[in-house]
Design a binder for this molecule. Structure first.
Ligand code: MRU
Length: 374
């Protein structure tokens, strides 16, 4: 996607200075929306830190970042033991988004089979393949989601209002986004769309990241506090909800940013269609019951008790919101049960949760991917 007139991805291998000292560039999402900061990483430690501190975030991007993390690890050592250690550290960096495990396992499966001398080059190639695939997958999700939005818009004269939670736009992926890919596709084809952007406490990925990237693209949007969605749905001012996901069970339970479940309940009560836009690497085929089996990341309580923003003098400041000494809890994700989900938009089409397992055979027939994608 473009920032100003320049084409960007969220992560890319830096131009090669030396074949043995390659680096990875990321857009530092902790600086947005107030500054566009590119950070260069040259070690697996740096990548683990970037994932933990959410300089890179969003399930698909975390997957690509982990793959590049493995490539960086190869520059410091190539033995099985060294790679296993790097994989374990990456896997522990964030527990909920399954793309992380998917990417690390994919990298390890390839590297283990190769002679040591070939591992480094293969790791960089595979990481860049994972990143490129993510872009294709999300474009395809955008096209399938576009069809849904066109159907909802058919015969209407008013604009189409889509509510989204957290940031599942291009910043959460390598490019295009998941939940926002259909929005960009619709906007680019001239559909009159508007996005209700949940601020998404505690880290405000909606207010800071979704708002910023929609603004960059020119898509009309309105930031709302997290509590407003149900009211807007009751008033008929939301035509559909589209969210991303950090992990989806094979039965269609959707794990996503905390607060998603409440939006799904309100959507169900108001007959508003609720979609999750989900690349297949986000589906955890090993898990049937999302509520029981998906680990929910607990993050630092300061994310709840404090807030950061920019002052009128242009300084970034963090302030305390609660009485000193208050207890706080910070579960970062929740599970929306499949019964509340209208459809799961994948790169193979939109599926009812009960039909999701049909996607597995498509995903396994990997060669289909390039034919299916636009
Ligand atoms: O904690 P985050 O910001 O990494 O959580 C991200 C989300 O919950 C997104 O909505 C989800 O990863 C989907 S990203 C396409």
């Amino acid at each position: 996607m473009k920032i100003g007139q320049q084409q960007f991805r969220t992560i890319w291998a830096a131009p090669v200075a030396s074949i043995h000292q390659r680096q990875v560039n990321i857009i530092d999402q902790t600086a947005l929306p107030h500054a566009l900061r590119i950070v260069t990483l040259d070690s697996v430690d740096g990548m683990v830190n970037a994932i933990k501190t959410m300089q890179v975030r969003g399930a698909p991007l975390i997957g690509a970042a982990a793959a590049y993390g493995m490539a960086l690890a190869c520059q410091a050592g190539l033995t099985d033991g060294h790679l296993q250690m790097a994989a374990s550290r990456l896997l522990a960096s964030r527990p909920t988004a399954v793309n992380l495990r998917w990417a690390v396992e994919r990298m390890m499966n390839i590297l283990h089979t190769l002679p040591v001398a070939q591992r480094c080059e293969a790791a960089w190639q595979e990481a860049s393949r994972i990143a490129d695939e993510d872009v294709k997958i999300n474009r395809a999700i955008g096209q399938y989601g576009l069809t849904l939005l066109q159907t909802l818009a058919a015969g209407r004269t008013e604009r189409l209002n889509i509510l989204t939670h957290c940031n599942a736009g291009w910043l959460a992926t390598v490019d295009w986004g998941t939940a926002l890919a259909p929005v960009y596709a619709a906007f680019d084809t001239g559909l009159d769309v508007h996005v209700w952007v949940d601020e998404t406490r505690p880290r405000n990925q909606g207010a800071s990241l979704t708002a910023w990237e929609l603004q960059q693209h020119g898509v009309p949007y309105t930031v709302i506090c997290d509590n407003a969605g149900g009211h807007l749905m009751q008033q008929g001012r939301v035509d559909c909800v589209i969210v991303g996901a950090d992990r989806v069970s094979r039965c269609g339970d959707v794990c996503n940013k905390i607060g998603t479940y409440l939006k799904a309940l309100a959507a169900y009560d108001n007959q508003v269609p609720f979609y999750a836009a989900v690349p297949t690497p986000t589906i955890d085929w090993r898990i049937a019951n999302g509520l029981r089996e998906i680990p929910i990341e607990e993050r630092a309580t300061e994310e709840v008790t404090q807030i950061s923003g920019i002052t009128s003098a242009g300084n970034i400041e963090t302030i305390r919101l609660v009485p000193e000494g208050s207890m706080a809890a910070n579960p970062a994700f929740d599970i929306t049960p499949a019964r509340l989900v209208t459809g799961i938009i994948t790169e193979y089409g939109c599926y009812a949760p009960a039909a999701l397992e049909a996607v597995l055979s498509l995903a396994n027939a990997k060669e289909l991917v390039d034919e299916t994608f636009i």
